[in-house]
Design a protein around this ligand. Structure first.
Ligand code: 26V
Length: 800
């Protein structure tokens, strides 16, 4: 990659604003500057991308394709500046112009093509794959509208469309010459020719998948990989099929395929569209991979799997398995056995949840409508698989109905993914154990060698170097910059555990970050928070299992304590929330409303006098997270044990020096192991206890309600509105009391409270707290996604 002096960069910038924005530097707005800088970076990226591609082709590299329905990449400008090495020069030039880099970079729209952890993980992985120099590319969908923009009106969530493409997206390149035809529906039948089935398709709907490529820049290593996002268009000269009234209706129905991230799944039409999206992604991608294999490698198609591995991010791209089978058999003329051998050596599947309601299942009838041929192949996979179990595994014969990919006219996508993949991994040690011992236990008995763990990670380049320059400088001043290429070396910081001078500087960095967030909070909500209060943070999607409800119950409890004893001494605490609820998830939306109304009550009550504050930051997204993570002091990771597969926010906050207050769930378990029990605040039931209650019973929420006055008051308050300005929340009340508190909120309440008391006590002793914070940063190197990706590359992808 080129390097620039300050003068050269300024000159280039000047030229770009003239060429692209027809302005002089002095006339530019922040937006002009953003586009000009992006264009400079893009030129360098394009060069390096051509070279990277050529290198991979020349070396006949084995390549990994990361297929995901979600890529939550956020803004790219800062991370591209860091990785190209232009950041320092660019910051300086902007400063010379009297401009604030943060404001200029802030002109970029977040690309919010994902819901939460799963999509952000995919984005962190791409950053690490490129930074480690692996030949790996992402494939996803270029949704016209990303995850909805959240607004709060009178405490309730409203969803607005996320029109992220309103202005030009400067990082993408449309590649119409590499467009692919994806064929939906119609009918498939076959004739037998030369002992071979020949498939014939009729009345298919042809959709053009047009690729938009986004360069993924490696950290100072001249590597630029690609994230290919597919957009659905009507093929040129296509005549509207019969089912459409006219050409316009036809066009709209085609463009809908890449219209929205996660169409409304409460209607049949929405679910069908989601299914079409999945097939659209895998068909366009796999056709491309086959095409590239043929043109770039001088090898027979039988060796496809030697040069290709396809990692599927959850089950959403699982139709890739039958799609590869289809192409190999129907287009390449291979036999079932040959095609199956290639396919089942190509795919690797990552599971991201054990929650039953989140495990994908599709009705046979719907899959047939998307592609009858794909259904035929899945049916055949299932038949052969069940027969094989029957013939070869007597010990599992009575489990065949559990193992079957299709049962009761429903296709179980996780089972199809396991059967068709050579690797199945969970995303944290505990989660991978639960998969083996419970969720997919029968499959584990059948093929134990497939199962493995890959604990998640986050890119330290974005989440530490990009988001927290103050801490980055402090670390580098102390231990040099080796840790940047080798994050486990952050543990060198342990040397400073008892260095009061260093701990003071660490606290000063945190305070500065809290002031920046304080400002953001004020601008967004009008709430004034005390920068010396404890910043206690829970930011993540809203789900009952994540237990934002437990958090707000704690706040209500503190409020009650203050009201009972207005003179009560209390270390000031600010409870910060950020969470989007799925538009059709009524209870999650009720919890958002509750947080707001309790917040209003607490923040306005004179008796409380600033001891506690509640802040809900609307529209939590990657950019907001970049302000929140560096300022967090207590990281709330309080899911019901066994239910959070990993969590990645926990890692982001740890790396920025927050102390985790959480359950022994997901990756919290590994955080606890690393920092030791004196540097983490653990509470609540263990995963074994939760699973045992679920399976054997023995928990009565009502008993706790009847005997615990604190909880009785909180719950009754939900019905009579005493904590919510008269507004009531009976759905939450009944969910807990008539469904027997499925997430064990009442059960864990007491130990949660006690742990908070402990946290506050520790916080009061400044140096003790700072030391805890330091140990967390020092041990966070394991959670760099570079470690995770090296494990994938070695154990699963066999890239080295
Ligand atoms: C979705 C749903 C939807 C219906 C209600 C219950 C429920 C439960 C979980 C999910 C999440 C589906 C997949 C997912 O996003 N998993 C997340 O993946 C992250 C990256 O591996 C991981 O850190 C999170 O723990 C996991 O929830």
């Amino acid at each position: 990659m080129k390097t620039f002096t300050k003068e050269e960069f300024r000159e280039l910038l000047e030229k770009k604003v003239r060429d692209k924005r027809t302005k002089t530097l002095e006339e530019t707005t922040d937006k002009d500057l953003f586009y000009a800088i992006a264009s400079i970076i893009k030129d360098s990226i394009n060069e390096a991308s051509i070279e990277t591609k050529q290198r991979y082709i020349n070396n006949k590299k084995r390549q990994v394709s990361y297929l995901s329905m979600e890529f939550l990449i956020g803004r790219l400008i800062e991370s591209n500046l860091i990785n190209t090495g232009f950041k320092k020069v660019c910051d300086e030039v902007l400063a010379d112009l009297g401009r604030k880099p943060r404001d200029v970079y802030g002109e970029e729209q977040d690309a919010g093509l994902g819901n939460g952890g799963l999509g952000r993980l995919a984005a962190c992985f791409l950053d690490s794959i490129a930074s480690l120099g692996y030949a790996g590319h992402g494939f996803g969908i270029r949704y016209r509208y990303g995850l909805f923009e959240q607004r709060i009106v009178s405490g309730s969530q409203i969803e607005l469309p996320d029109n992220w493409l309103r202005e030009v997206y400067p990082w993408e390149t449309r590649k119409i010459d590499e467009a692919i035809e994806v064929k939906f529906g119609g009918e498939a039948d076959f004739t037998v020719e030369d002992n071979h089935y020949q498939f014939h398709y009729r009345d298919q709907e042809v959709v053009l998948a047009v690729p938009y490529d986004v360069g993924i820049v490696g950290y100072e290593n001249d590597v630029v990989n690609t994230l290919r996002l597919w957009s659905a268009e009507v093929p040129e000269n296509a005549v509207s099929p019969e089912q459409y009234k006219n050409q316009l209706e036809y066009m709209q129905s085609v463009e809908k395929i890449s219209g929205f991230l996660y169409p409304d799944d409460s209607t049949e039409e929405g679910r069908f569209l989601r299914l079409k999206q999945q097939y659209f992604l895998v068909s366009s991608t796999i056709q491309t991979l086959i095409r590239r294999f043929k043109s770039q490698y001088d090898m027979p198609i039988e060796q496809f799997h030697e040069k290709n591995v396809i990692q599927i991010n959850d089950t959403h791209p699982t139709f890739g398995i039958p799609e590869l089978m289809r192409i190999l058999m129907d287009e390449e003329g291979l036999s079932w056995e040959e095609a199956w051998s290639i396919t089942s050596h190509t795919f690797a599947y990552t599971n991201h949840t054990i929650m039953q309601e989140a495990l994908e299942k599709w009705p046979v009838e719907m899959v047939k409508r998307v592609s009858p041929r794909i259904y035929m192949i899945i049916h055949e996979i299932n038949e052969r698989f069940c027969k094989q179990v029957f013939d070869e595994h007597e010990e599992l014969r009575d489990r065949i109905s559990e193992l079957a990919v299709i049962s009761d006219d429903v296709i179980h996508m996780s089972k199809l993914a396991i059967v068709g993949s050579y690797s199945v991994n969970g995303v944290a040690a505990l989660h991978s154990d639960i998969i083996k011992d419970y969720t997919f236990h029968d499959f584990y008995r059948l093929t134990p060698e497939k199962f493995n763990n890959k604990t998640n990670g986050i890119t330290h380049r974005r989440w530490l170097m990009g988001a927290n320059p103050g801490l980055t400088d402090l670390i580098t001043d102390a231990i040099g910059d080796h840790w940047i290429k080798s994050p486990v070396e952050l543990n060198q910081l342990l040397r400073y555990q008892n260095d009061n001078g260093f701990l003071d500087r660490l606290a000063e960095v945190k305070l500065q970050n809290k002031k920046i967030l304080q400002d953001v909070i004020y601008k967004k909500t009008g709430i004034e928070v005390n920068e010396h209060s404890i910043f206690d943070v829970q930011v993540k999607r809203l789900h009952e299992y994540k237990r934002q409800l437990l958090n707000i119950f704690h706040v209500i409890h503190l409020y009650n304590e203050i009201k009972r004893n207005p003179k009560l001494k209390m270390v000031p605490q600010t409870f910060i929330f950020g969470a989007k609820a799925a538009p059709s998830y009524h209870l999650a939306k009720e919890i958002i409303r509750l947080i707001h109304l309790v917040g209003d009550l607490v923040n306005e009550d004179k008796d409380v006098a600033g001891r506690i504050k509640v802040v809900f930051l609307e529209n939590y997204n990657v950019t907001l997270a970049e302000y929140i993570m560096p300022a967090a002091e207590i990281s709330e990771q309080i899911s019901t044990a066994s239910m959070e597969a990993s969590g990645t926010g926990n890692m982001k906050m740890m790396m920025n020096g927050a102390v985790t207050l959480g359950t022994m769930d997901g990756a919290n378990v590994e955080i606890a192991e690393l920092v030791g029990k004196e540097n983490i605040l653990i509470f609540g039931l263990s995963s074994e206890e939760v699973i045992s209650y679920q399976n054997e019973g023995g928990y009565q929420a009502n008993d706790i309600y009847q005997t615990d006055d604190r909880l009785k008051s909180i719950l009754d308050g939900l019905k009579d509105g005493r904590y919510a300005k008269g507004e009531t929340f009976s759905d939450i009340y009944y969910r807990i009391l008539t469904n027997n508190d499925p997430y064990f909120i009442l059960k864990d309440f007491t130990s949660y409270l006690e742990t908070h008391i402990k946290a506050v006590t520790l916080y009061e002793n400044k140096q003790t707290w700072n030391k805890m914070s330091l140990v967390n940063i020092a041990q966070s190197g394991k959670f760099s996604s570079d470690r995770t990706i090296n494990e994938y590359a070695t154990d699963i992808w066999k890239l080295i």
